[in-house]
Ligand binder design. Structure first.
Ligand SMILES: [Zn+2]
Length: 110
């Protein structure tokens, strides 16, 4: 993933310039030299830039990557969720209604 970057509106617009599906992780620590700790993992099916801005004020740094499809972003989010078990993700990543998508890592949707 790209980053870490500072989670500000200006920085999100600078580094996430494309409107695209994507996945991201968020950290609360402020100093650039501190190890990135994954407090939250998320995705957007349509616009990762806009989704990141919903977290302004609650987190300090982010990493992200674009995905070519919503399904790919969903599968990445699932992998991040299972890899890091982020403390702020209280529930398993959701899938769009009627999508039929399955988690690549568990049986949550079987
Ligand atoms: Zn899963």
């Amino acid at each position: 993933m790209e980053g870490p970057y500072t989670l500000t509106e200006k920085e999100v617009d600078r580094v996430v310039a494309r409107k695209s599906p994507g996945a991201y992780i968020l950290d609360r620590k402020k100093l650039p030299e501190q190890t990135f700790y994954v407090y939250y993992a998320g995705r957007s099916d349509v616009d990762v830039n806009a989704r990141l801005k919903q977290h302004l004020g609650n987190y300090s740094r982010f990493k992200f990557e674009y995905h070519s499809s919503p399904k790919s972003a969903f599968e990445k989010e699932c992998n991040l969720y299972h890899d890091f078990n982020p403390p702020d993700n209280s529930v398993h990543p959701a899938r769009p209604a009627n999508s039929g998508w399955k988690c690549p890592r568990c049986t949550a949707f079987d």
